[in-house]
Design a protein around this ligand. Structure first.
Ligand code: NAP
Length: 281
């Protein structure tokens, strides 16, 4: 029997403690933490994500500002907007919602954000610090995964961790974070031969692929912790990359989709905003 990791309620607990930190910060330090999100164009999914982020900020008392720019915005206009926000001392966190329209180079935009305000943790300096094992603003989804493991009291050190997927936003950073916590880490991907023989050795299996239910119980070692990052739509319903019903009895712990990793991502964004407001120590 596996234990289902209830990411939604863990994220709620974290948001409650963030709310307390925010009010303390306002009282004792006279700082009003604030996040500005830039949304370029009208991608419907991005609009939902941005609204959710705004709602989460409001709930914990973080000032939230959304800058909406047209689909036709030039790269220079966006760079100018970021520059103003970089210079604005009342803005602590800046997030540019991705994807951007094709005329805008995403890497250039991310690199233009002040690394101390980069609450997505995507700036090359923050990526480099994570690589070097130094303190930095870290990407939210991988941070959320580590928090889930900590929340269930799972000892990461010395464990075999396998990650399926090597994206810059999930697979690679979570691998570095697990390595920092002294796991033995393997990343597998589309060119890996015999993936199952590797995943079957995993005490911790993180799946960040983006293909509905691709991982079934034959991939899993009995008692493993299975973290499902995927968000897919199948027959009109949300599901993960893991076939939850098939895996849940073999895994020691498993995250569901929805109510697993997803809610942690936003909670970590709020936390990064506070870290940015406090100044990274
Ligand atoms: P991505 O950039 O598309 O990367 C997918 C990775 O999976 C790639 O490294 C790819 O390998 C690998 N892959 C694809 N098919 C595979 C297969 N059959 N076997 C082994 N590896 C395979 O995706 P992402 O941005 O990391 O996102 C992954 C999933 O997580 C998506 O469903 C996304 O929506 C979700 N997500 C959720 C959250 C959240 O907050 N819950 C946050 C971010 C992403 P190659 O490199 O060899 O192509």
């Amino acid at each position: 029997m596996s234990n289902i990791i209830d990411g939604k309620s863990i994220a709620e607990e974290i948001r409650t403690s963030i709310k307390e930190r925010v009010s303390k910060m306002k009282e004792t330090m006279n700082i009003n933490p604030s996040l500005t999100v830039i949304l370029v164009g009208d991608n419907p999914a991005s609009q939902v994500y941005v609204r959710n982020k705004e709602r989460a900020c409001i709930e914990v008392g973080i000032d939230s500002n959304i800058i909406r720019m047209s689909e036709k915005t030039s790269e220079q206009e966006l760079l100018d907007t970021i520059q103003k926000l970089n210079e604005d001392r009342s803005v602590h966190g800046i997030l540019v919602q991705l994807p951007l329209p094709e005329q805008i180079n995403e890497d250039k935009i991310i690199a233009a954000i002040d690394p101390n305000k980069d609450v997505d943790g995507f700036h090359p300096i923050n990526r480099g610090k994570l690589f070097a094992g130094e303190k930095s603003l870290e990407p939210c989804t991988p941070m959320g995964i580590i928090r889930l493991l900590d929340h269930i009291g799972y000892e990461i050190e010395g464990k075999n961790a396998v990650i399926i997927g090597r994206s810059n936003i999930v697979g690679k950073p979570v691998a570095l974070m697990l390595l920092k916590r002294n796991a033995t880490v393997t990343i597998v991907h589309t060119r890996t031969k015999d993936i199952k023989s590797i995943t079957q050795t995993a005490d911790i299996l993180v799946v960040a692929v983006g293909r509905a239910k691709i991982v079934d119980s034959s991939y899993i070692k009995e008692g493993a912790v299975v973290i499902d990052v995927g968000i897919n739509r199948l027959d009109g319903k949300l599901c993960g990359d893991v076939d939850f019903d098939d895996v849940k009895d073999k895994a020691g712990y498993i995250t569901p989709v929805p109510r697993g990793v997803g809610p942690m991502t936003i909670a970590m964004l709020l936390e990064n905003t506070l870290t940015a407001a406090e100044g990274i120590k």
